[in-house]
Ligand binder design. Structure first.
Ligand SMILES: NC(=O)c1ccc[n+]([C@@H]2O[C@H](COP(=O)([O-])OP(=O)(O)OC[C@H]3O[C@@H](n4cnc5c(N)ncnc54)[C@H](OP(=O)(O)O)[C@@H]3O)[C@@H](O)[C@H]2O)c1
Length: 300
């Protein structure tokens, strides 16, 4: 059923993204692995093709923290065979005061604005074909206490991030993971006239990935102590890959899943007015009009 389909997986150079890519390649799909380093992309491709002989793998080098790179990626994907599946998996935990060369806080840019811009940009090229979008978020339970501050998306004020310096980047990361769920709900409502579905997934708390390298202080210690009890990337890949491939979720959209089960997320992520406000502000930040079209608002 999935043989010959084309799947795009962002952040496919390590951890859960690489495991998703491997799993989809094993199902006979052409997998477009997106990463920011040629060296890491080539190494990941070697690992995937070693695990899945004959795997159809294409590489797309894109720094997802840069809107210009994301736009160019969307254009290349649209000009080629348009994807049947797009999995936004890449994420980072950057310093609160860091800024990309485009002036955006990198956690916000990579974890939320990149999937927002990439998926929005692919809607028109996909047209009336069926497609599945999956956004890898994080634990709905863990994120209940870090609502998105809609007046401070890039955490520039530092408000509500706590006192411990080592926690602040992690709280900012948590907010972007809540944005992932809000984006899924807002996008699903806007896709009702298409055959594109969009769902979110928490992969579980997974060891052996790159994300925890960014964690410092007390969190690093907690992380190290919990490692022996955690599962690896293949477990983390299961729910996103299932959402991408399973016949039983055909037509299911606007939902969030943990271990293949639909779960609720915090009320602050489901509130329609809040989701719409995030949608509009994200459109402004990426230079699109809020209306669902790829028309540029005139901002660079
Ligand atoms: N691990 C967990 O316990 C856990 C828990 C909840 C949610 N998640 C979610 O699972 C997803 C995968 O995380 P992971 O744990 O597998 O971490 P990971 O191993 O660090 O994977 C993150 C991937 O994103 C890529 N990436 C980061 N910044 C990028 C950029 N600017 N441009 C392009 N690619 C970029 C990384 O590429 P590089 O190799 O270039 O850095 C890497 O391939 C994330 O969305 C994360 O929030 C993970």
């Amino acid at each position: 059923m999935n043989q010959g389909k084309r799947a795009v997986v962002t952040g496919a150079t390590s951890g859960i993204g690489e495991a998703i890519a491997r799993r989809l390649a094993a199902e006979g799909m052409t997998v477009v692995m997106v990463g920011r380093s040629d060296e890491r992309l080539n190494a990941a491709r070697r690992r995937v093709t070693a695990a899945v002989p004959g795997a159809e793998v294409k590489l797309e080098r894109t720094d997802l923290s840069l809107l210009g790179d994301v736009r160019a990626l969307a254009e290349r994907l649209a000009a080629d065979v348009v994807p049947d599946i797009v999995i936004s998996n890449a994420a980072t935990i950057a310093g609160i005061r860091d800024r990309t060369p485009e002036g955006i806080q990198p956690t916000l840019a990579t974890n939320h604005l990149a999937p927002y811009l990439l998926m929005r940009s692919l809607i028109e090229p996909i047209g009336q074909r069926p497609a599945r979008f999956i956004v890898v978020g994080a634990s709905p339970t863990g994120l209940t206490r870090v609502p998105v501050d809609l007046t401070d998306l890039d955490c520039a004020t530092g408000r509500g991030l706590g006192i411990a310096p080592s926690f602040k980047p992690f709280v900012a990361y948590g907010r972007t993971k809540n944005m992932n769920a809000m984006f899924v709900y807002a996008l699903a409502r806007r896709l009702t006239n298409t055959r594109i579905t969009v769902n979110g997934a928490h992969p579980g708390i997974i060891k052996g990935t790159g994300l925890d390298q960014n964690i410092g202080g007390t969190l690093r210690l907690l992380n190290l102590l919990s490692k022996p009890f955690l599962s690896g990337p293949d477990t983390g890949a299961d729910t996103p890959a299932w959402l991408a491939t399973a016949p039983e979720v055909d037509g299911v959209t606007g939902k969030f899943f943990v271990r293949r089960k639909q779960v609720p997320t915090a009320p602050h992520t489901t509130d329609v007015a809040r989701c719409d406000q995030l949608w509009d502000e994200s459109a402004r930040l990426v230079g699109l009009t809020p209306a669902l079209s790829t028309r540029n608002s005139g901002r660079g």
